[in-house]
Write a protein that binds this ligand. Structure first.
Ligand code: FES
Length: 117
């Protein structure tokens, strides 16, 4: 198996820096699940675009480099996230590819599960 693994670093609000690896085609949410990362409440809807708990914040350069722009559904859901920024995305909608190797994202402290609003 010579498939290249893609490294992602999650910077948590409490200062923890967690680096994990995923495969091309994995979402950031997949990386968190597959590596058993313990992010409280993260990814509550399992990537079905109904919760916004998978909110991540990117550097502007990374945000602009992502191949897929957010869909209307993603933007609607992001509107419900706490600490929304201009470079916010939903982790379940960011799909890894090789050029994203080394990506760093911020995971906000508070998650807002839109299903319970
Ligand atoms: Fe719920 Fe991404 S995991 S919107």
């Amino acid at each position: 198996n010579n498939e290249k693994l893609i490294k992602v670093t999650f910077n948590k609000a409490n200062g923890d820096k967690i680096t994990a690896e995923g495969k091309k085609g994995d979402s950031l949410l997949d990386v968190i699940i597959n590596n058993n990362l313990d992010f409280d409440g993260y990814g509550a809807c399992e990537g079905t675009l109904t919760c916004s708990t998978c909110h991540v914040i990117l550097d502007p350069k990374d945000y602009n480099a992502l191949p897929e722009k957010p869909s209307d559904e993603e933007l609607d859901m992001l509107d419900l996230a706490y600490n929304l920024t201009d470079t916010s995305r939903l982790g379940c909608q960011i799909i890894l590819e090789e050029k994203l190797d080394g990506l760093e994202v911020k995971v906000p402290a508070t998650v807002n599960d839109a299903r319970y609003n």
